[in-house]
Design a protein around this ligand. Structure first.
Ligand code: CAA
Length: 392
């Protein structure tokens, strides 16, 4: 079924429209980002250290709370609202926007599959920003092929004993609460994968290597190592065998937020390219008067706007249409991240030699843009999701 058909059937054909509340939040986050986040962005990248002050800023301004319902101490933001906040933060600092994105990603499996006791125990501390979450799916031998995981969970009495290793975990070692996926039945393929809520203090939980990365250098990415890790049986999410579905449903709901991050990065790069083109004088006038530059700026703006519309639309659709919106969610993440890469490269070009220097933020934005084409499923995986949806 093509995506247009999905949209029509589920009422998604009506375009999203930002509410007054969403427009106000957009302005508030834009101002916060300009005043408090942008001045820290270069430092965070240079130090490669997790920016606890930015985490506190998001917590104190109730932005983390957006990811959770009011009855669990959250602020009840829908996905579009969260995307708007992520976009505004990413416009000045990808690392800070990722704090909000991973809050959504790490907690989404719990929001989707937890029972009442699990929700009451684990969500309010995340909503209040007392604790942080992370999502543990990827393994050294199971990246794009997530179902190939080798982490094993064996039930013994009232516990599961988990052995295995995860890698490239955003927020590893920073988070307190992890949504972890492991095989409970070797012979059942994807239906043998289960999801668990794991606390960092569980015996046998260990944070492995901290990665050094090209971009998002202020976000901590680590291995997780489980050695006879003891997880109470009541921490199983949903039923045994539902883990793969929970992981895929999570990614359907979080890929638009990576699209939003990409739109934010691209918009930030475009802001700088425009400002520079108006100031930089060559050949007797500002380079903004040159048609070669004008066409580049116009092309960048067109792509950014198209990406923004697709991201907002996918965010609005996925909460209404669920699984049937998988393809649109994948399109938004894929398209917006390809745009972020192209636009940041072109913005560096507009600044010429200055774009290449670390005194200007463009090279950082270009490095940060790259990850959006890779994490939460490579853009090749997104194309697989889209093609399967269309072709069956
Ligand atoms: N919703 C619900 N169920 C789904 C689903 C969805 N979106 N997608 C698939 N399923 C179900 C299927 O229906 C099927 O079940 P049935 O047999 O009952 O129909 C089952 O799951 C298996 O589906 P597939 O046959 O499509 O599975 P596959 O093995 O071919 O894999 C894939 C599909 C799309 C390639 C998947 O493996 C994938 O998304 N890979 C990428 C993983 C990924 O995104 N990793 C990123 C990690 S997180 C990260 O990067 C975050 C970070 O650090 C910030």
């Amino acid at each position: 079924m093509c995506s247009a058909a999905v949209a029509d059937r589920k009422g998604g054909g009506r375009m999203y429209e930002l509410t007054e509340e969403q427009k106000m939040l957009q302005q508030t986050v834009r101002q916060l980002a300009k005043e408090k986040v942008e001045p820290r962005a270069a430092e965070i990248d240079a130090s490669g250290e997790y920016p606890w002050d930015m985490f506190e800023l998001l917590r104190d301004n109730d932005l983390l709370a957006l990811c959770f319902p009011e009855e669990l101490d959250g602020a009840g933001g829908d996905l579009l609202t969260i995307c708007i906040a992520i976009e505004e933060l990413a416009r000045v600092c990808t690392n800070t926007s990722l704090i909000l994105a991973v809050c959504k990603l790490g907690s989404q499996p719990i929001m989707l599959a937890a029972n009442d006791e699990q929700l009451k125990k684990y969500i309010p501390p995340l909503a209040r920003g007392e604790k942080q979450a992370a999502f543990g799916l990827t393994e050294p031998g199971a990246g794009s092929d997530a179902a190939a995981m080798s982490t094993r969970a064996v039930k013994k009495g009232d516990k599961y004993i988990i052995n295995g290793q995860k890698c490239f975990i955003t927020n590893g070692g920073i988070a307190d609460t992890y949504s972890i996926f492991a095989k409970t039945d070797e012979s059942a393929g994807v239906k043998g994968i289960s999801a668990f809520i794991v606390e960092k203090d569980f015996p046998g939980f260990e944070v492995g290597k901290i990665e050094h990365k090209m971009g998002i250098r202020g976000s901590q990415t680590t291995e997780l190592i489980f050695t006879d890790m003891e997880v109470p049986a009541e921490n199983l999410l949903g039923k045994e065998g539902e883990g793969f579905k929970i992981a895929m449903m999570t990614l359907d709901r979080t890929r638009p937020s990576i699209g939003a991050q990409a739109v934010g990065i691209a918009t930030g790069a475009l802001d700088h390219a425009i400002a520079y083109a108006k100031e930089r004088v060559q050949f007797g006038g500002p380079i903004a008067r040159l048609q070669g530059i004008q066409f580049m700026i116009a092309d960048m703006a067109m792509q950014v706007e198209a990406a923004r519309q697709l991201v907002y639309y996918s965010a609005a659709l996925v909460e209404r249409a669920g699984r049937e919106a998988s393809a649109v969610s994948a399109m938004a993440k894929c398209f917006a991240s390809d745009v972020a890469m192209k636009v940041t490269v072109d913005a560096v070009q507009v600044l010429g030699g200055y774009g290449y220097m670390i005194e200007y933020p463009l090279e950082r934005m270009m490095r940060d843009a790259k990850i959006t084409q890779i994490y939460e499923g490579t853009n090749q995986v997104q194309r697989v999701v889209i093609a399967r949806h269309l072709l069956g």
